[in-house]
Design a protein around this ligand. Structure first.
Ligand SMILES: *Cc1c(COP(=O)(O)O)cnc(C)c1O
Length: 451
């Protein structure tokens, strides 16, 4: 759990080299990285960039949330927000740990079922869902979050029993999702006169990563559940959605970055408006504990006999994967007279998605194999013909120069980075997902993901 032992260098070199952002690395990541052959052998077999997945870590992340629920005495249910990673091994880990999956398309629903997730453990979200998705969800006994009155009417017209949550538009929110208080009242009345529709509770999903608004909206919904019961609905579940933060880098490194960040640190003076909060002091399960602890929410839920559902995507993937590119070439460039290395790797930023949200993935990549050397400011370009296709615009202080044939390992990429924008642009192959399994003797065996 300790950060890399690289020293925090001050922003010297006339201020052209970015502050380092060394990622926390799990034991499995170190073991894979330090193995003299593993990564090189996989790269040889795959013959291109690839994503590494370690589903054991997903299991550990799930257990972290389960323990918080157990300690609070609140009945908890976890639904993995599947859009954060498509790998079959993640859905399988959810099934193995009695965890549900939050899906929003027929493809996601069938992929989850195929890995052993039961229909009754699925949550179906997304706006105005397709008729096919609603029908399949109803057939499989999934819990369906209703985003609008018209959707509720369509579900009622299916004529089969359906379990629904009503998705709430938070007060003063400009979100396009959820129903206003008037729409919620109307939806409850419609459902009360439609015996096939069972309102099991309410849901929401907020942007940002603050536990307080989640706890406060959940508390409001306790009263809504109690009122819904007077109309004959079971109303036993409140879903607070996802948005549980992930802690990628230590606090001091993040403070040094955010305190001094300037476009002088970036290739061609590139400027980004905002970044994910890569240091997050109360990540994942700790944030759930903060939600439950805020103004006695856990007590209120227990005494009203209401269970709390959560839909974490990114947080279940924390430290469960990394992305590996091969270095194809290296040039030297200068900024204010200071040299830096411009690498070209064999993939594109479509496999490190943050660039496609007009931001940059900041945890530092590492060159493999590990070797002593001179710290070297480095930016990383893709193998495509787009000027803008860079994996790292920031001059990352790599611990040594990287050379053609080396690998470049981006840490902790399983949450959203790997596949949300994957495409065969330029007729480049889509990087496969390689799943690591523990083998006797502390070794790894690997397979290609079944997805
Ligand atoms: C995207 C999404 C999630 C997952 O969000 P994370 O930030 O990855 O935890 C959960 N619920 C809904 C409705 C979503 O749209």
């Amino acid at each position: 759990m300790t950060p890399d032992a690289r020293a925090h260098r001050p922003a010297s070199d006339a201020g052209t080299v970015a502050a380092p952002l060394p990622a926390y690395r799990d034991e499995w990541e170190r073991r894979a990285f330090d193995d003299p052959n593993l990564l090189g052998d996989i790269a040889f077999a795959v013959n291109g960039p690839f994503h590494l997945m370690y589903p054991e870590r997903v299991g550990r992340n799930i257990r972290g949330f389960q323990e918080v629920f157990a300690q609070s005495g609140v009945a908890g249910s976890i639904y993995f927000g599947k859009k954060a990673n498509k790998a079959a091994c993640v859905a399988r880990a959810c099934a193995e740990h009695d965890t549900g999956v939050d899906v929003a398309s027929v493809g996601e629903l069938t992929a989850a079922l195929a890995q052993g997730v039961r229909g009754s453990d699925l949550m179906v979200t997304g706006p105005e869902k397709s008729g096919e998705l609603l029908w399949l969800a109803a057939r499989h006994g999934a819990l369906i979050a209703m985003d609008s009155m018209s959707e509720l009417d369509r579900v009622a017209a299916l004529g089969v029993p359906v379990r629904v949550l009503l998705r709430v538009l938070p007060t003063a929110s400009a979100s396009r999702f959820g129903m206003s208080p008037e729409e919620l009242e109307q939806a409850q009345r419609t459902a009360a006169t439609t015996p096939s529709v069972r309102v099991e509770g309410f849901s929401f999903h907020l942007s940002g990563y603050d536990p307080v608004p989640r706890a406060e909206l959940a508390a409001e919904l306790v009263d809504r559940c109690l009122a819904a019961r007077t109309l004959g609905h079971p109303a036993t579940t409140i879903s607070v959605g996802g948005g549980f933060g992930v802690d990628y880098v230590p606090g001091p490194a993040w403070a040094a970055f955010t305190g001094q960040v300037s476009r002088r640190w970036f290739h061609s003076g590139k400027k980004f408006q905002s970044y994910y909060p890569y240091h997050f002091p109360e990540p994942g399960p700790a944030m759930l504990a903060a939600v439950l602890g805020h103004q006695g929410l856990a007590d209120r839920l227990r005494s009203a006999d209401i269970g709390l559902a959560i839909e974490p995507g990114r947080a279940l993937l924390d430290r469960a994967g990394s992305t590996v590119f091969r270095v194809q070439g290296s040039k030297t460039r200068h900024e204010h007279g200071q040299p830096y290395q411009l690498l070209t790797v064999d993939g594109s930023s479509l496999s490190l998605s943050e660039q496609w949200f007009d931001s940059e993935y900041l945890p530092d990549p590492l060159p493999w194999p590990p070797r002593q050397g001179t710290p070297t400011p480095t930016v990383v370009g893709a193998t495509t013909c787009l000027e803008s296709d860079m994996l790292s615009w920031r001059r990352v202080p790599l611990p040594r120069p990287a050379a053609p044939g080396d690998l470049l390992v981006y840490p902790n990429t399983a949450g959203y980075q790997m596949d949300s924008n994957e495409s065969a642009f330029h007729e480049l192959p889509i990087p496969p997902k390689v799943v690591l399994h523990d083998a006797p003797g502390g070794r790894f065996r690997w397979t290609l993901d079944a997805g």
